[in-house]
Design a protein around this ligand. Structure first.
Ligand code: PXP
Length: 240
């Protein structure tokens, strides 16, 4: 079986930079080091509140990234404009709440059907591959399969937050079932959120999953051992 592709989310290099409103650390430099260490994709989340990544970073990353650039964004008209301007390789639509510390769950496509449908049409017109971040929920995935998007990213947060082993196995099984259902519906399957060096292997074992997007744990390890080693160690865990 092919290894799972690794998307490295470099947002938190920008979090550290913005904490001081300084120039460093530079998420663009981090992205280049991550690519040299084997990252298959660079992922960034341009939030409405611009708490980490700025539009200038999107512009520079678009020019510098040699693998693929995946932009996580809310389904809003300003984000469609930004995606159409900078043309990342893919956009992952995520829900966004100003007060949240990080993305709290998958996008509720059933609740926001018209807005999401319109956003997908606009992004496809801009030539961007569209993915939707979703909880491992069959009804949501079924609804997404009718929107003409290429892929879903299954939210692994609940799995990652679970401490007890049996519960983690049950949550991983929900992710696996969702992945199987999505594949049957013709969607590519990615996953991410909360994955780290200890919990990632169970998700790697799910054959339908092609790509994982991982940020916080890699950046945290990078702060101690360097980005190249942090990425290389994660890449090793994505073999299968
Ligand atoms: N995937 C999506 C859709 C996300 O919103 C995030 C967080 O920005 C991630 C993956 C990465 O999550 P983490 O930083 O917990 O690895």
């Amino acid at each position: 079986m092919e290894p799972v592709r690794l998307g490295v989310n470099v947002d938190h290099f920008a979090t550290l930079r913005e904490a001081r409103k300084a120039q460093e650390p530079d998420p663009v430099a981090a992205a280049l080091y991550a690519e040299m260490a084997g990252a298959d994709q660079i992922t960034i989340h341009l939030r409405g509140d611009r708490r980490h990544i700025q539009e200038r970073d999107v512009d520079l990353l678009r020019k510098a990234v040699k693998t693929r650039l995946n932009l996580e964004a809310a389904a809003t008209p300003p984000m469609v404009t930004i995606a159409s301007t900078h043309k990342p390789d893919s956009v992952t639509l995520v829900p966004e709440r100003r007060e949240e510390v990080t993305t709290e769950g998958g996008l509720d496509v059933l609740l926001n059907q018209n807005l999401v449908r319109k956003t997908v049409v606009d992004l496809k017109e801009a030539g961007v591959l569209v993915s939707i971040f979703v909880d491992p929920d069959y009804d949501q995935i079924k609804a997404i399969s009718k929107l003409g998007v290429a892929a879903i990213e299954i939210n692994t947060a609940k799995y990652a937050e679970t401490r007890r082993d049996e519960q983690a196995a049950a949550e991983a099984d929900k992710v696996a079932q969702a992945a199987r259902a999505a594949t049957k519906l013709g969607l590519k399957v990615f996953a991410g959120h909360g994955l780290d060096y200890r919990n990632v292997r169970r998700i790697v074992q799910i054959p339908e999953i092609e790509e994982l997007n991982i940020g916080h744990s890699i950046v945290a390890r990078a702060a101690l051992v360097g980005i190249e080693r942090a990425v290389r160690e994660m890449k090793t865990l994505l073999a299968r």
